[in-house]
Design a protein around this ligand. Structure first.
Ligand SMILES: [Zn+2]
Length: 251
């Protein structure tokens, strides 16, 4: 796989970076990423991965663009109101980088669609705000051995982590919390979506290129009001309903 002169110019700041360079940029071009949820987190993640030259980006989202999305979902413009998010997003990403392939699935990520969406990609980014969908994404990633970059935000706090088959996301969140809150109900500061979604893109670039230490088995917590971050270990739960018991460990 070689690059055109235009691609070499486009990716110049990656090509001079020691941890990416030509080989890393080739890996980005060869990579395929599924982004579940083209909202507050999926928007910056998709924009940065498209700009980075990730060769195949699949977006899954059942919604249409609403006016209240525009406070943080930077993929969309006022003119996109009422359009399926995946259609508007694909146009925006193609406009940003015509060298990549973008496909949209305008539907729900659930048990019926999970396997087909996950099995063909190298990794999955989950930026949804529904624990049922998150559990479904996690289970599919474990079944297919795909790394999962997971982000979440609410009010002024956010978190991002990378999960394999062990520990998996369900080791961190065994059951749906009884006090689960949605951004619709409690609000979220728009720029926080940019922070956490961009961190998800950085983790994906690290996983693809092999640069640095991924947040695997770790969770980075960001408290925007305090201006503080901390990173905690996530232990594999032997009783985990997804990866626990006598399942063999995933490297
Ligand atoms: Zn688990």
């Amino acid at each position: 796989m070689s690059f055109t002169d235009e691609e070499i110019e486009r990716y110049a700041r990656h090509l001079v970076l020691r941890e990416v360079g030509g080989p890393g940029q080739q890996k980005l071009k060869a990579a395929s990423v599924l982004i579940v949820g083209a909202g507050g987190l999926g928007s910056p993640a998709a924009l940065y991965l498209a700009a980075a030259g990730v060769g195949t980006i699949i977006l899954a989202d059942p919604d249409e663009v609403e006016r209240s999305n525009l406070q943080r979902q930077v993929l969309y413009a006022d003119d996109d109101l009422g359009r399926p998010k995946v259609d508007a997003a694909a146009d925006r990403l193609h406009g940003l980088n015509p060298h990549i392939f973008v496909a949209g699935f305008n539907g729900a990520f659930d048990e019926a669609t999970a396997d087909e969406l996950v099995e063909g990609v190298d990794m999955v980014l989950d930026g949804t705000d529904d624990f049922g969908v998150r559990f479904c994404v996690n289970a599919a990633c474990v079944r297919h051995g795909k790394p999962l970059v997971s982000g979440a935000i609410g009010r002024w706090t956010g978190q991002v982590g990378v999960f394999g088959a062990r520990p998996c996301y369900r080791c961190l969140v065994p059951e749906i919390p009884p006090d689960a809150e949605t951004c619709t109900a409690v609000g979220v500061v728009g720029a926080l979506a940019g922070v956490i979604g961009s961190m998800m893109a950085v983790e994906a670039v690290k996983l693809i290129t092999g640069a640095g230490e991924p947040l695997a088995g770790r969770l980075l917590l960001y408290d925007a009001l305090a201006g503080e971050t901390r990173t905690v270990r996530v232990a594999a739960d032997p009783e985990c309903p997804v990866c626990g018991g006598d399942r063999s460990a995933f490297p």
